[in-house]
Design a protein around this ligand. Structure first.
Ligand code: C2E
Ligand code: CA
Ligand code: CA
Length: 641
C-alpha cells in the first residue's frame, strides 16, 4: 500500500525535475509573469516534498509526533490553494499583457486563501488508517479543495473570455491542465487511499508550461536574439511598471533595398552582425523588434561616448558594394510614452522621419515629438472628418490654349475649416500620405469621388463648358482590387458617367505592384474613364510607362517648368532647363498625347507654353483652387467675358 502511494509522488517529482531542467536551460524575459511562473514552480516542488513526507508520517503515525504529522499535512494542503492561486495569476498576467491585477480585485481573489488559512490554522484534521489505506480527511480537506476549485473556475473563465490575448492552443492547454487536475481530484475523492493530488498538480503545471513558457515563442533562432513577441511583452511590462526606461533601437534604413538586390541571406547577415555588436555592449537581452530593427531596453540614458563607440563599431559592418545606413534611435519611454501602442507609433514615426537620412544617432527630442503630435492630430481629424463630412472639394480651373477657354478643372481635396481647428491649414500634401499610412485612403478616395460627382451634378458643371474633371488617385487606390467597377458604381449613383472624369495617376507604385497597376489602368479605361500621368518630371514618372499605357494627358510638374523661367538662375542652367522642357513637350506631342502644364504663375509662362503647343494650362496665373460655388462663379464669369 505504502509503495503504491509513493510511486505517484516519485513520478510527480521526476516530472517536476524535468520542467526545472528545461526551464533553466533557456534565458527568460524579465517579466512579472516569469517571476510568477518561477514561484509556481517552487511552490509545486515544495508541495511534492510535503506530499512525500505526509505519505511517510501518516503511515508511521505512531512513530512521529502528532504536531509534526499535522504540520506537514497542513503545509501540503495550504500549498495546494496557493499553487492554484498562482496558476490563475500566471495565466491572467500573460493573457493580459503583463497587466497587474487592481488592488480591490486582488483582495477579492485572496478571499479563498484567507478562508483556507483560517481553517488550516484552527481546523482539525482527521486521519483514516486502515490495513490498506492511510490518509487525512474531514471538513478541512474539503474546504481547501473547494477553495482550489474556485481558482480553477477563475482560470477556466479566462479561457472563455474572447478579449484576452490567448491563442486557441493556449486556451486548450490551460483547459486540459485544469481538467486533469479536477479529474484527478475527483478520483482521489472517490478513492481516497490513492494519493494522487501532487501528480494532478504537476500535470497541470506541465500543461501550462508547454503552452506559455515556450522558448520558441520568444526567440528568433535565425539571428539568435529575442523576437518581436518578446519585445512586445517587455514593452507591456515596462508600461505596466511605469518606470523610467529608455529604448535603444538600431535599424538598417536601406534594409529592404539591400534585401531586394542581394537577397534574404545578405539581410540576415546584416542583422546577425548588429546583434553581435549589441550583445557585446548590452549582453543577451537584444530584441528583433522590427524587420530591420534590433532593440534593447536601458534603465538610464546611454552615455554619448558609449553610443558613439557602438556607432563606430556598427559602421564597420560592410557588405561588398553596399553602404549600410544605420540609424540609432533612442526614446525616453518614461517621458514620452503613455500607452503600449505609443511605442510602436513613435518608432514608426521616427523611421518615417529619418528615412533616407545618413547614418547617425537620433534621440527623440521635443521638436520631433511636436511633429509627432501634429501627425497624430491629423490622423485623428482625418478619421473624424470621414465620419462627420469634414472634407470639401476645391477646383482649379484648367485653361484650354486652343479654344481659349476653361474646359476642365482639377479636383483638389481640402478639410473644411471647422475640421482642423487649431492646426491651421493642413495641405493634402501633408494629410494624404498620413491617410495612406493609416489605411484610410481608400475610404477617403471614395469620398472624393462622391463629392466630385455630387458637385458636377448639383452645379450642372457640364453645361458650362467643362468637359471633364480631373481627379487624383492615390497610389494605393491604383493597385486596389476591382477599383474600376467600384468607382464606376460610386459615381453612377449621382448619374455621372465615367467619361466626365479623368483620373490622374502618379507612377510611384512599387515595382512589385506594376502588373496590378497596368491591369487596373486597362480596366479603368474599359470602364470609360480617361487617364492622365501626373507629376511628369519629378523623377517618379517612368518613360517606359508612357509607352505601355493609354494616357490621354500628361501633366508637366512645376519642377520641370519653373527652372526654365528662374530669373535667379545663371544663364547656362536656365538654358539647359529650357532645353529639357522643350524636348519633353516635343516628345510627348510626337506621341500624340496632350499636355497639361501645372504651376503656371506668370504671363511669360503662359506665352511660352502656348507657343510651344502645350494644350492646357493650370496655375495661380488663372486661379488658385477654389470651392465649388466660387468655381462656378469663375466659370460663368469667364463664359460671359
Ligand atoms: P498635385 O496633384 O500635383 O496637385 C497640384 C498641386 O499644385 C495642388 O496643390 C495645387 O494647389 C498646386 N498648384 C496649382 N497651381 C499652382 C501654382 O501656380 N503654383 C503653385 N505653387 N502651386 C500650384 P494641393 O491642392 O496642395 O495638392 C497637393 C497634392 O495633394 C496634389 O498634388 C495631389 O498629389 C494631392 N491631392 C490633392 N487632392 C487629392 C485628392 O483628392 N486625392 C488624392 N489622392 N490626392 C490629392
Ligand atoms: Ca494632380
Ligand atoms: Ca501634379
Amino acid at each position: 500500500m505504502f509503495e503504491l502511494n509513493i510511486r505517484f509522488q516519485i513520478a510527480a517529482f521526476l516530472m517536476w525535475l524535468l520542467i526545472v531542467v528545461d526551464y533553466r536551460r533557456n534565458s527568460h524575459l524579465q517579466l512579472l509573469s516569469t517571476k510568477c511562473f518561477r514561484t509556481l514552480l517552487i511552490l509545486t516542488g515544495l508541495n511534492l516534498v510535503f506530499d512525500g513526507i505526509t505519505v511517510y508520517t501518516v503511515n508511521h503515525i505512531n512513530e512521529v509526533p502528532v504536531w509534526f504529522n499535522d504540520l506537514v499535512h497542513k503545509l501540503f494542503l495550504g500549498s495546494i490553494v496557493i499553487i492554484m492561486f498562482f496558476n490563475f495569476l500566471y495565466v491572467y498576467i500573460l493573457a493580459n499583457n503583463q497587466r497587474r491585477i487592481k488592488t480591490h480585485k486582488m483582495l477579492l481573489l485572496l478571499i479563498p486563501i484567507f478562508i483556507s488559512a483560517i481553517i488550516i490554522l484552527f481546523g482539525k484534521l482527521d486521519y483514516r488508517i486502515t490495513e490498506n489505506a492511510a490518509y487525512s480527511y474531514g471538513t478541512l480537506v474539503y474546504v481547501v479543495y473547494v477553495c482550489g476549485i474556485l481558482y480553477l473556475i477563475s482560470a477556466f473563465s479566462l479561457t472563455v473570455n474572447k478579449k484576452i490575448e490567448l491563442n486557441t492552443y493556449q486556451r486548450h492547454s490551460i483547459r486540459t491542465g485544469l481538467a486533469i487536475w479536477f479529474i484527478i481530484l475527483m478520483v482521489q475523492m472517490i478513492f481516497p487511499r490513492l494519493l494522487l493530488s501532487g501528480l494532478g498538480l504537476i500535470l497541470m503545471v506541465l500543461s501550462v508550461y508547454f503552452s506559455f513558457e515556450n522558448q520558441k515563442e520568444n526567440y528568433d533562432a535565425m539571428i539568435r536574439c529575442f523576437n518581436k513577441t518578446a519585445f512586445h511583452r517587455m514593452i507591456c511590462e515596462y508600461n505596466e511598471k511605469g518606470k523610467d526606461m529608455y529604448l535603444l533601437s538600431v535599424s538598417c534604413d536601406n534594409f529592404e533595398h539591400i534585401n531586394n538586390i542581394s537577397g534574404y541571406d545578405c539581410g540576415l547577415d546584416i542583422l546577425k552582425s548588429i546583434v553581435k555588436v549589441l550583445k557585446k555592449y548590452f549582453g543577451n537581452y537584444i530584441y528583433h523588434s522590427e524587420n530591420n530593427t534590433l532593440s534593447v531596453f536601458r534603465s538610464s540614458e546611454t552615455d554619448d561616448d558609449y553610443l558613439n563607440k557602438i556607432f563606430e563599431e556598427l559602421s564597420q559592418i560592410k557588405f561588398d558594394k553596399f553602404e549600410i545606413r544605420f540609424h540609432i534611435k533612442e526614446i525616453n519611454l518614461g517621458k514620452y510614452i503613455v500607452e503600449v501602442d505609443d511605442t510602436y507609433e513613435t518608432l514608426d514615426f521616427m523611421s518615417n522621419e529619418l528615412k533616407g537620412r545618413e547614418s547617425g544617432i537620433y534621440s527623440l527630442n521635443e521638436d520631433m515629438w511636436k511633429r509627432k503630435q501634429r501627425h497624430d492630430s491629423i490622423v485623428h481629424i482625418v478619421s473624424e472628418s470621414l465620419k462627420n463630412d469634414g472634407f470639401e472639394m476645391f477646383y482649379q480651373p484648367i485653361y484650354n490654349t486652343a479654344e481659349k477657354c476653361f474646359s476642365s478643372a482639377e479636383a483638389l481635396l481640402r478639410f473644411k475649416k471647422s475640421s482642423t481647428k487649431d492646426l491651421g491649414f493642413v495641405s493634402p500634401e501633408e494629410f494624404i500620405p498620413i491617410a495612406e499610412e493609416k489605411g484610410m485612403i481608400v475610404e477617403l478616395g471614395d469620398r472624393v469621388f462622391e463629392m466630385v460627382a455630387r458637385d458636377i451634378k448639383n452645379h450642372n458643371m457640364l453645361d458650362f463648358g467643362i468637359g471633364y474633371i480631373e481627379v487624383n488617385l492615390s497610389r494605393i487606390q491604383t493597385v486596389a482590387v476591382g477599383i474600376a467597377e467600384h468607382l464606376k458604381n460610386l459615381i453612377s449613383e449621382y448619374g455621372i458617367s465615367p467619361e466626365f472624369l479623368n483620373l490622374e495617376i502618379t507612377e510611384t507604385a512599387s515595382v512589385s505592384s506594376e502588373e496590378i497597376l497596368t491591369e487596373n489602368m486597362k480596366s479603368l479605361k474599359q470602364a470609360g474613364f480617361s487617364l492622365s500621368m501626373d507629376d511628369f518630371g519629378t523623377g517618379y514618372s517612368n518613360l517606359s510607362q508612357i509607352n505601355k499605357s493609354d494616357y490621354e494627358l500628361i501633366k508637366l510638374d512645376k519642377s520641370i517648368i519653373w527652372p526654365a523661367f528662374d530669373e535667379k538662375a545663371d544663364e547656362a542652367s536656365k538654358n539647359s532647363a529650357e532645353k529639357i522642357l522643350e524636348c519633353s513637350i516635343n516628345m510627348i506631342k510626337s506621341m500624340g498625347i496632350k499636355i497639361v502644364a501645372e504651376g503656371v504663375e506668370t504671363k511669360e509662362m503662359v506665352d511660352y507654353l502656348t507657343e510651344h503647343g502645350v494644350d492646357y494650362l493650370q496655375g495661380y496665373y488663372f486661379s488658385r483652387p477654389i470651392n465649388s460655388d466660387e468655381f462656378m462663379e469663375f466659370i460663368k464669369g469667364k463664359a460671359v467675358s
